[in-house]
Design a protein around this ligand. Structure first.
Ligand SMILES: Cc1ncc(COP(=O)(O)O)c(C=O)c1O
Length: 450
């Protein structure tokens, strides 16, 4: 641990600015904060100032930083075998694939390993296309599925625009969002029924015989933590069954305990044909993703070749991190903790804040996955900052996250939604600390509201 090493900080900052090309940024407009290290739910800078990570980085450090069991699993595997190419079987990928089959819902018995979430989605849509012989994929607006060419085509929000025309055959539809219903619904039941009727109509007009797959985030993540109404995902399942369409659930964020279940889909009692996952699979310690494949889809490739592959598929070091992470989560009852935090501390705490702060329009989530939607006016529900806000347009929300950072809490915001997604190992006291800072900085939002 290097603390108060201002020379190191200066060097990191200088080399970063000169040579690191950052994601999703105009390079001259950013000033990335040098981070010296992390421990548990916190990370710290070179002056030793600690920040409670209320976003789990990009919603992936489910076990927090430097979990000793995951670090040990990586070290042990590094000493034995760092890498072997994917046409060989290896101890770690076979063990992890078996563990995933045991944890996944239904008969998702096979795993195809990737390097991350976007590649998991690329391969999920390729599997759906090759299994059905059809080409179209239906995907929701207000979704993020990754930044490779196919995954960004699936993505239903402005991050896609610069990559267009991306892959062909992707059709977008509106998913459920009761608070801002596209269907003028007044309650969850109406929203469920109307969103399903809309999807059915899209399928009909596209021609069901042309549709290979429908992909959905279980709970929409960066686009606002949108929890589907009860029965919506089952309705999509039925629609897929009726038309021979592959149901793909993107569990890149919702997987590995995030919602208080090993897989978010289990919390809704739905069994998809394919699950894409990444992030929490290794808590991000080594990049790894996977597509979990139902027996029915896997059987299509018993005699037929699957035309897809990656140099590092089944990478032993990454799979060792996955095994270490899953074992640590089981031994320390981390998924149970995530559920308890959501049910007893974070959910109720955010609802209390909603009573007190007029700028909070809606609070929604499960487990350690919550969204606080900020509005200018509760009656009109006008967003506190507009659709696709960035830079100066983020105004009060940027001020809030900046001020929270000054007070030692790292918050994530997407336009007018504050995303609260702490590591699943977080304690009630740590949650209360973050809630009290959130309470303070919400004054900024209240002042900007009517
Ligand atoms: C729901 C979802 N799917 C896919 C991805 C892409 O994953 P990756 O960045 O590992 O490619 C993300 C990343 O945030 C995500 O949130």
């Amino acid at each position: 641990m290097v603390l108060m090493d201002m020379e190191a900080e200066e060097r990191v900052r200088r080399d970063d600015r000169a040579h690191v090309f950052h994601s999703w940024s105009a390079q001259s407009k950013i000033n990335p904060m040098p981070v010296a290290g992390g421990e548990g739910c916190e990370f710290f800078d070179f002056e030793g100032k600690r920040y409670l990570d209320f976003a789990s980085q990009l919603v992936y450090t489910n076990l927090g930083h430097q979990h000793p069991k995951v670090v040990a699993a990586i070290k042990e595997q590094a000493d034995r075998l760092c890498v072997i190419q994917p046409s060989f079987a290896n101890e770690r990928s076979s063990e992890l694939a078996r563990m995933l089959a045991e944890l996944a819902p239904g008969d998702l018995n096979m795993a195809f390993f990737t390097n991350g979430g976007a590649e998991a989605n690329e391969n999920a849509i390729r599997l759906a296309r090759e299994a059905t012989g059809r080409h179209k994929i239906l995907s929701a607006y207000r979704s993020y599925h990754g930044a490779t060419h196919g995954a960004i085509a699936l993505t239903g929000e402005p991050r896609r625009w610069a990559s267009e025309p991306a892959i062909s055959g992707v059709v977008h539809f509106m998913g459920p969002y009761t608070y801002r219903s596209s269907f003028h619904s007044e309650n969850e039941e109406q929203e469920r029924d109307r969103a399903l009727a809309h999807l059915e109509e899209v399928v009909m007009y596209e021609g069901p015989q042309t549709v290979a797959g429908i992909i959905l985030e279980v709970i929409v993540g960066t686009n606002g933590i949108l929890v589907p109404p009860d029965g919506y995902l089952q309705g999509v399942r039925e629609l897929c069954d009726r038309h021979g369409i592959v149901m793909i659930l993107d569990e890149v964020m919702t997987g590995f305990g995030r919602t208080g279940y090993w897989f978010g889909s289990a919390g809704f009692g739905v069994e998809p044909d394919l699950i894409s996952c990444a992030k929490g699979l290794t808590s991000g310690y080594v990049p790894l993703g996977a597509v979990l494949i139902s027996q029915k889809i896997a059987d299509k490739f018993q005699d037929k070749v699957y035309y897809g592959g990656l140099t590092y598929s089944g990478h032993p070091l990454a799979c060792a991190a996955g095994i270490g992470a899953i074992n640590a989560m089981k031994e320390e009852k981390v998924v149970e903790n995530a559920k308890m935090i959501g049910d007893d501390v974070l959910g109720p705490g955010l609802r209390e804040l909603q009573k007190k702060h007029k700028s909070i329009g809606d609070v929604r989530g499960r487990g350690c996955f919550w969204g606080v939607e900020l509005v200018k006016n509760r009656e009109t529900r006008e967003m506190l900052v507009p659709f696709n806000a960035a830079g100066p347009a983020m105004g009060p929300v940027a001020q809030m996250t900046g001020e929270a950072m000054n007070r030692g809490v790292s918050l994530m915001a997407h336009w007018n939604v504050i995303i609260c997604a702490p590591p699943l190992i977080i304690t009630p006291d740590e949650v209360k600390r973050a809630l009290s800072v959130l309470d303070e900085v919400l004054e900024i939002a209240d002042k900007a509201a009517d």
